[in-house]
Design a protein. Structure first.
Length: 398
């Protein structure tokens, strides 16, 4: 891995690989956590608009330029970042770099496209809200957190999106889409990629105000939130506030998650699905980001079985202190194997490097498994006792 900070503040990370393709990702360190109430959903809406035309290309020409050479492109918005990427045959690397530079710096935000894409975003909000499997996580974060902006959906809300204007978006873009707030990552065959540094070094830096860190209060009692929707099944999540990724306890929580859930195995899956057939979907999730973290178990079950699933899930969590050396070793082996497979996907590797750079330093990605290996049974029990206790938040979408 080669990492360089350009004079304008942009961070360039390059990972040469012996492959037939190259992935180029541009990440802007702005997401829904940066938004005011009136701007809710603007980061995500802007992600859509970036592809809607530049001074040089129409939306159709942007898509055709990449797809006609067999490439793919996409984008993603989170609470903390907005990323755009292309993956294409390495001989077309310069095309990918030029297209990304063009859409990031020269988008026109044409009014007709703005009004059209606003409708698309509103339909996306409706789609997510209509699907309990997706909506349960919106309700969960909204119920778990009370102060930090992570409690609000990444897509914002319909009212704010409807009220947004082209001028609001242009000002937001000009404020955050600056080189000293960007990370550019390239993974793959770099033989034909010659001008990436030159292109992005021409951008002019601007001062970017750091996001105000808001302290989330500790939860001191159990909380249950139920939303009735007349579903056939109940969709439930039980979760806990934990720590950001830079905290040493986040690694132990990763190991606990692997003990409880690996996909079709793990203690939550075993107790709820495999032994008793009470749910099709049952597992655990750990999210540890730059400024926040949470741990949860989830299950989707028929309504009469809801309380039984809750009882089983909480019992599994309460029993973490009795984890054996064999179970600990298996969890670490799973994490190591999963990390190895992820590193072979250039898009996921680029995303991983961007994440670690935004947390602290991309080089920390190479230290992740060392930290996992340090987790022992004593630490596992201590972390479980500290965070996974009786002060949980449970949401149910009925």
């Amino acid at each position: 891995m080669r990492k360089k900070r350009l004079k304008n503040g942009l961070t360039l990370i390059q990972v040469p690989q012996n492959s037939k393709s190259i992935t180029i990702m541009v990440c802007v360190k702005v997401g829904s956590n940066n938004e005011t109430t009136k701007q809710a959903g603007l980061s995500h809406f802007l992600e859509h608009m970036i592809f809607e035309g530049t001074k040089k290309r129409s939306a159709r020409e942007i898509a055709e330029s990449i797809e006609k050479v067999g490439g793919e492109f996409n984008a993603m918005t989170s609470n903390e970042r907005t990323c755009f990427y292309v993956k294409l045959p390495h001989e077309h690397a310069e095309l990918g770099a030029e297209i990304l530079h063009d859409i990031i710096t020269n988008s026109t935000f044409e009014l007709k496209a703005f009004d059209k894409e606003k409708k698309v975003v509103l339909e996306e909000i409706n789609m997510v809200n209509d699907q309990p499997l997706h909506y349960q996580w919106i309700l969960f974060e909204k119920s778990l957190f009370t102060k930090i902006p992570t409690k609000d959906p990444i897509y914002g809300n319909s009212k704010a999106v409807k009220a947004s204007t082209k001028q609001m978006m242009k000002l937001y873009h000009d404020k955050y889409y600056v080189p000293n707030n960007m990370i550019v990552t390239t993974v793959g065959n770099h033989k034909k990629l010659k001008t990436i540094e030159k292109r992005f070094s021409q951008l002019k830096r601007k001062p970017v105000k750091a996001l105000k860190i808001i302290k989330e209060p500790t939860q001191k009692k159990e909380k249950t939130v139920t939303e009735n929707r007349k579903n056939v099944q109940s969709y439930a999540i039980i979760g806990y506030k934990t720590v950001p990724r830079a905290h040493k306890d986040s690694y132990a929580l990763d190991v606990i998650k692997a003990i409880l859930y690996k996909g079709l195995s793990g203690k939550v899956t075993e107790e709820i699905r495999l032994k008793r057939g009470l749910a099709y979907s049952a597992g655990a999730h750990h999210e540890s980001m730059k400024d926040y973290g949470f741990f949860s178990i989830f299950f989707n079950t028929n309504k009469p079985s809801l309380n039984k699933c809750k009882e089983l899930g909480l019992a599994v969590i309460a029993n973490i202190g009795n984890t054996t050396q064999k179970e600990l070793k298996e969890a670490k082996t799973f994490i190591a194997g999963h990390s190895q497979l992820k590193s072979e996907d250039p898009i996921r590797l680029a995303e991983d490097l961007v994440f670690w750079e935004s947390v602290k330093d991309a080089k920390k990605a190479n230290e992740y498994l060392k930290e996992i290996k340090k987790v022992d049974l004593k630490r596992l029990k201590s972390v479980a006792t500290k965070y996974l206790n009786q002060n949980y938040t449970m949401i149910v979408v009925n």
